[in-house]
Design a protein around this ligand. Structure first.
Ligand SMILES: [Fe+2]
Ligand SMILES: [Fe+2]
Length: 399
C-alpha cells in the first residue's frame, strides 16, 4: 500500500473523531444553556435541550461505530464514550419529555376550582412576564438557594391552579344562565371568579419573591373548544361538578390553606393563606348551595346523578403536595423552612383529605335524604288534601 493511501485511510477515522468531538462540544454548550433556562416558560430552553440531547445521541452512535471498526485493544475508549453519550442523549430526552408532561399536565396540589374541558384538566402554561404579579412578597432572608427554588415552583403551581379557576367560574356562570338560575347564584359565581383572580396574582407575587423573577401565563386556546358543551340537562352537570370540584376539592383547599397558615411564620405568606382559606371556604359553601338548588330545581334526573356521584366520591384521587417534578426540588429544600413558608408535607395532607371526604359524603347523603323527606311531605300534604275533599263530599251527601 502506498504512503498516500495509508494517509487517506487514517484520515477517515481522524475526521470522524473530530466531528464527534465537535458534536460533543456543541451538545455540552447547548445542554449547559438549556439547563440554566426554565422548561416551564416560553423560550428556547426546551428546544435547545432537545437539540443538545440529539447531538449527544448522534455523537454516541458515531463513536460506537468507530469502536466497532477499530482492532481489538483500541476499542475501549471509543466504545465507552459512545455508550455514555448515547445513554446521556436518549435518557436526557426521555427525562425531559416526562418533566414537560408533568410540568404542563400535573393534577397535583390544591388552589381554586379545577378547570376541565372534555374530561381533561386544564392549566395555563407559564411564560416570562410580570402582568400577573401583584401582591406582598415573602421575606427570603436566610433561605438557601434550593429552598427558594422549591418555594418558587410550588407557588407557581398554585398560581397556575388559581388562574385556571377563573374561567372555571366563568363556565359555571355560563351554565347557570343556560338553566335560568336565580341571580344570587350568578352573583356568587362572579364574586368567586374575582377572588380567584386575586389569589392567582398573589401566588405569582410570592413566587416572584422566592425566584427573583416574574412569571405570567400563555394563551389558552383550548378554552375555545368544548368548555360548555353539555349534553342533557345542565343542572345535572352543575350539580355533579359542584359536589366534586366545589364541595370536596375547594373545601379541601380551604382546609389545607388553614392548616398551613397555622404553621406559617412569614407574614406575607400567612396573610395569603388566611385569605385563601376564608374565600375557598365560601366557594365551597357556594357549591353546596348550588347543589341544593340543582337538586330542588332539577328533580329526579339530578338526584340520580348526584347519588351516583356521591357513590364515586371515595374513588376520587387525593390531590398531592408535590408532583414527580417538584419532589426532586422539595427533597433538596429545608423542610423546616418550607413549613415556615406555608408548605406542609404530603403526609399531613392525608388526614385532612380523609376528614373532608367523610364530611362531604355525609353531608351529600343528608342532602339527598332531606330531599326525600321533602317529597314525602309533599305526598302527605296531597293525600291529606284529597282526604279532606272526600270528607267534604261525603258531608255534602249527608246534608
Ligand atoms: Fe382560589
Ligand atoms: Fe376557589
Amino acid at each position: 500500500m502506498s504512503q498516500s493511501n495509508r494517509n487517506s485511510d487514517r484520515s477517515v477515522p481522524s475526521l470522524q473523531q473530530e466531528i464527534i468531538l465537535a458534536l460533543a462540544a456543541i451538545a455540552t454548550v447547548l445542554l449547559g444553556f438549556g439547563l440554566v433556562t426554565d422548561i416551564r416558560t416560553e423560550g428556547p430552553g426546551t428546544l435547545v435541550l432537545f437539540i443538545g440531547f440529539a447531538l449527544s445521541t448522534v455523537a454516541g452512535a458515531s463513536a460506537l461505530r468507530i469502536a466497532r471498526e477499530r482492532p481489538m485493544g483500541r476499542k475501549l475508549w471509543a466504545g465507552l464514550l459512545g455508550v455514555l453519550m448515547l445513554l446521556f442523549g436518549l435518557g436526557g430526552a426521555l427525562l425531559l419529555l416526562v418533566l414537560l408532561f408533568l410540568a404542563f399536565n400535573g393534577g397535583f396540589g390544591v388552589g381554586g376550582r379545577p378547570l376541565r374541558a372534555q374530561g381533561r384538566r386544564l392549566l395555563p402554561e407559564l411564560r416570562v412576564g410580570s402582568d400577573w404579579t401583584r401582591g406582598e412578597r415573602p421575606d427570603t432572608s436566610g433561605l438557601d438557594r434550593a429552598t427558594r427554588s422549591a418555594l418558587e415552583t410550588l407557588w407557581l403551581q398554585d398560581a397556575q391552579a388559581e388562574h385556571a379557576s377563573i374561567p372555571a367560574f366563568a363556565r359555571i356562570s355560563w351554565l347557570l344562565a343556560a338553566t335560568g338560575a336565580p341571580p344570587n347564584l350568578m352573583e356568587r359565581a362572579h364574586q368567586a371568579g374575582l377572588e380567584e383572580i386575586d389569589h392567582a396574582r398573589r401566588c405569582f407575587a410570592l413566587a416572584a419573591g422566592y425566584g427573583e423573577r416574574s412569571h405570567s401565563v400563555r394563551p389558552m386556546p383550548d378554552l375555545l373548544r368544548g368548555i360548555v358543551d353539555v349534553a342533557g340537562d345542565p343542572r345535572v352537570t352543575l350539580a355533579v361538578e359542584s359536589l366534586r370540584d366545589g364541595c370536596l376539592l375547594e373545601g379541601f383547599g380551604a382546609d389545607m390553606a388553614a392548616a398551613a397558615a397555622v404553621e406559617c411564620r412569614d407574614p406575607a405568606v400567612r396573610d395569603l393563606l388566611e385569605r385563601i382559606a376564608l374565600e375557598e371556604r365560601s366557594h365551597a359553601a357556594f357549591s353546596w348551595d348550588l347543589l341544593a338548588w340543582a337538586l330542588q330545581a332539577g328533580g329526579e334526573p339530578v338526584r340520580a346523578a348526584v347519588a351516583e356521584a356521591a357513590q364515586g366520591l371515595m374513588r376520587i384521587r387525593r390531590p398531592i403536595a408535590t408532583s414527580a417534578q417538584t419532589t426532586i426540588l422539595v427533597s433538596a429544600a429545608d423542610p423546616r423552612r418550607l413549613r415556615e413558608h406555608g408548605r406542609l408535607p404530603d403526609t399531613e395532607w392525608v388526614p385532612l383529605w380523609d376528614k373532608r371526604l367523610a364530611e362531604t359524603a355525609a353531608r351529600v347523603a343528608g342532602l339527598l335524604h332531606a330531599e326525600t323527606e321533602e317529597e314525602k311531605r309533599e305526598k302527605r300534604e296531597k293525600r291529606e288534601k284529597r282526604e279532606k275533599r272526600g270528607e267534604a263530599a261525603r258531608l255534602n251527601e249527608i246534608v
